[in-house]
Design a protein around this ligand. Structure first.
Ligand code: NDP
Length: 333
């Protein structure tokens, strides 16, 4: 399968190009950059045969059947719509768009064209999260009562561009990290947050966008979720805790791009550490994506998953802005 990369981005060079090439028969054929020189430099550094600065030219390039979109967030919608119109399957970065209506338009375009549309929510592809989900599904925790997500990190220096000062490009920690946590919570609990209450601040790093947020989500079943995301915490570590009537799971260091972290389970018999498969997260997602194209199964996170994680993140942002509880609007999905 020949891929076109839409966006000469850090995530593409640090993770996705290698993960695509690790799939049998997959090659990276071309990259699109808005800046011809940067695009050519990116192509040369990453061994990509073609660089384009015009989206139509990339989409018309012979043999490309799928595109990976990793531009800044405000560009995803128009680029995905053009890709669907050109008959390409799309793996798009989160957040899918800046509004749920735009995400819905993308979902419908993919459906209408019979194309596979996936969201790159990598956390649900990690061995740690797959093992946790299995424990919950098997009833090892009993009835789940609550979940805590702690995802307050120090944003690496080389990522401190548009994320910390450009609201129009979809900057801010809510669009960047809360959206991942929303997907992770949905993945584990198998239901969609109903109402959220949030507070956000700019605590020194964000300029015109929030760099830290705390929120509480109510699930339809009554499970309570507490979530914390930040760009400004060098030593906090990341993880989740899930507490049930028969046991509690403590997963530390698992909200990352790499297959790291520890999971312990405590119940009436004591505490034990869980083993899990430490495969590459992005490779796992790409495999599911290409199998879905071949008619086998579905993407790890599809377009509707991306729409729903965006809807939660936008509700968190609105609640923080308005100082009141907000019902999440999934627009009927
Ligand atoms: P980058 O800032 O590295 O790249 C985004 C865009 O910025 C590129 O498309 C590029 O535009 C432009 N750009 C890159 N380098 C420069 C430069 N030196 N000067 C000016 N412009 C530049 O973003 P990320 O890779 O961090 O994020 C891209 C997307 O991926 C976002 O949507 C983000 O949310 C998502 N993401 C997802 C992750 C995940 O695990 N799922 C992890 C990290 C990011 P052009 O293409 O026009 O050259």
């Amino acid at each position: 399968m020949k891929w076109g990369l839409i966006g000469a981005s850090t995530i593409a060079s640090e993770h996705m190009i290698g993960a695509i090439r690790a799939q049998s028969g997959h090659t990276v054929e071309a990259v699109l950059s808005s800046d011809a020189a940067r695009g050519q430099d990116f192509a040369t550094r990453n061994g990509i045969p073609h660089a384009f600065s015009n989206l139509e030219a990339l989409l018309e390039h012979p043999g490309i059947s799928a595109v990976y979109i990793s531009t800044t967030n405000e560009k995803h919608v128009s680029q995905a719509m053009a890709a669907f119109a050109a008959g390409k399957h799309v793996l798009c970065e989160k957040p899918l768009a800046l509004s749920v209506d735009d995400a819905a338009m993308m979902v419908e375009a993919a459906k209408g064209a019979g194309l596979v549309f996936a969201t790159n929510h990598h956390l649900r592809c990690s061995g740690a999260h797959l093992a946790i989900r299995q424990m919950i599904a098997r009833g090892r925790l009993g009835r789940v009562l609550s979940m805590r997500v702690f995802h307050a990190v120090s944003l690496p220096e080389h990522l401190r561009g548009w994320r910390i000062d450009n609201a129009a490009a979809g900057g801010g920690v809510i669009a960047d990290i809360t959206v991942h946590d929303a997907d992770t919570v949905r993945f584990h609990l198998g239901e969609d947050p109903k109402t959220v209450v949030a507070q956000a601040v700019s605590s020194g790093l964000g300029r015109g966008v929030e760099d830290s947020v705390m929120s509480v989500w109510t699930m339809p079943s009554g499970i309570m979720v507490q979530s914390h995301e930040s760009f400004t915490h060098p030593y906090a570590g990341s993880g989740i805790e899930i507490h049930g009537t028969e046991g509690s799971l403590f997963a530390q260091g698992v909200m990352t791009q790499r297959p790291t972290g520890t999971i312990t389970m405590t119940d009436r018999d004591g505490t034990l550490q869980l083993n899990y498969d430490r495969h590459d997260l992005y490779g796992y997602g790409l495999k599911a994506f290409s199998q879905a194209i071949a008619g086998r199964g579905r993407p790890a996170a599809d377009g509707v998953d991306g729409l729903k994680s965006l809807a939660v993140a936008l509700a968190v942002a609105r609640s923080a802005r308005e100082g009141q509880a907000v019902d999440v609007d999934y627009k009927g999905y």
